[in-house]
Design a protein around this ligand. Structure first.
Ligand SMILES: [Zn+2]
Length: 108
């Protein structure tokens, strides 16, 4: 993919990942494409630049995802800061993998 002047390969990779990640989401998650969510996400990551789960475990790692503590599909508030947490990709994937195991009836 051609890059714009000054655009680093890490930005291109992040944009590609985000595009694939969003495309895999169910339609009900179109909230994540709204400017409201993008503003909330940027505000929250500015507030919490480190992964909150890693930080609790004494690890310093950049936050990469703003996650809904109670998922929207489970009735969690979409735009309420008290339902958000800043996570790294590893912690985010660990949480959602564990949640999908629970919903599929497997032991975690
Ligand atoms: Zn983490």
């Amino acid at each position: 993919m051609p890059r714009k002047p000054g655009e680093s390969s890490s930005i291109v990779k992040k944009q590609k990942f985000t595009k694939i990640y969003n495309a895999a989401r169910p339609v009900r998650h179109s909230f994540y494409d709204t400017s409201q969510w993008k503003r909330i996400r940027e505000w929250f990551r500015d507030l919490y630049p480190l992964c909150q789960v890693c930080e609790e475990n004494g690890i310093v790692r950049e936050s990469q995802v703003v996650d809904h503590i109670v998922p929207i599909e489970s009735g969690g508030a979409m735009a309420d800061g008290s339902n958000l947490q800043a996570l790294c990709f590893t912690c985010h994937n660990r949480k959602h993998f564990a949640m999908s195991d629970k919903t599929q009836g497997r032991a975690v």
